[in-house]
Design a protein around this ligand. Structure first.
Ligand SMILES: [Mg+2]
Length: 294
């Protein structure tokens, strides 16, 4: 049995407990209309969540374009770091702050397991990945080179991640295996019941301990909680559209930060952005009818 199959077999009790049958894939996600052909019937659109993520994950796992985006982000981060260090002040204690998952850690194995098994995302599956699969985490392109450069320049490295503090030892083991530094225990700030997924207080802790030069992440909430979507569980289509527009406007309002103090990595597989989606065929309503002129 291959390592992937062993991993999935290990999950079987959990999967059965979730009612796996409900998630078994019944159809493929298909384009809205065959080129030049008649309009296809409504039934061809699958609502199945795992398969909707296939191309998004394959982009990250196979596209050289994704790799180039990551290298571009980390090259920018190295340039900004060198500029900041050149202007250093006496007595300062500089540091960079990085998120972990899909910023430094590559969790392609977890995504592949979900897609191959037809499983939708579930927090319990992710918990098991954190607990049992620290040895299957890879590196996002450019991350180690950036962290090595920070170390060479005498800049501290702080990780603020929403990995569960319950699996702290496993996360530390992954850092060690990947040759990533952890100079102080307090430089690894994970999520617990008190913090939840909000990173604000942990960013404040880092700002107190260090002169933070740069933040690197793949989710806008790695930079500021203003980018969190409001509760959209009962939102109408118009409210979802407004939430999307507002979040884009917040990015425009922080335009000067991007590629300067904030450096973002692409993540087409998951993130805060996905919260307005997952509503089956109704997601087609999120498509923009006409491109903006600016
Ligand atoms: Mg992340």
């Amino acid at each position: 049995m291959g390592s992937r199959n062993r991993w999935v077999m290990g999950l079987l009790p959990t999967m059965l407990g979730f009612g796996l049958g409900a998630w078994v894939v019944s159809s493929q996600y298909a384009p809205a209309q065959a080129p030049g052909g008649p309009k296809a019937p409504q039934a061809y659109v699958s609502d199945d969540p795992p398969y909707r993520a296939l191309d998004a994950n394959l982009f990250m796992q196979t596209a050289a374009e994704y790799r180039a985006c990551c290298l571009q982000a980390y090259n920018t981060a190295i340039d900004r770091l060198k500029q900041a260090v050149a202007g250093k002040k006496d007595g300062w204690k500089p540091a960079v702050v990085l998120d972990l998952d899909e910023t430094v850690f590559d969790n392609a194995g977890f995504q592949a397991m979900q897609l191959r098994s037809g499983l939708a995302y579930d927090q319990r599956l992710w918990d098991r990945w954190e607990e049992k699969s620290a040895d299957r985490i890879g590196l996002i392109p450019g991350a180690k080179e950036f962290i090595d450069e920070a170390e060479r320049l005498g800049v501290g490295v702080v990780y603020i991640s929403n990995r569960n503090n319950k699996y702290r030892e496993q996360t530390k083991a992954a850092l060690t295996r990947l040759g990533l530094p952890l100079a102080n225990e307090s430089d690894l700030k994970l999520s617990d019941e008190k913090t939840g997924t909000n990173k604000t207080s942990r960013r404040q802790e880092a700002e107190v301990a260090y002169h933070v030069l740069l933040y690197v992440g793949d989710n806008l909430r790695d930079f500021d909680e203003r980018f969190r979507f409001p509760d959209l569980s009962k939102a109408t289509g118009e409210e979802l559209d407004a939430a999307v527009r507002n979040r884009n406007a917040e990015v425009d309002a922080t335009r000067s930060m991007w590629g300067n103090r904030w450096v973002i990595l692409p993540n087409s597989a998951y993130g805060e952005w996905l919260k307005v989606l997952g509503r089956g065929k109704a997601d087609l309503d999120r498509l923009v009818p006409v491109a903006k002129e600016k």
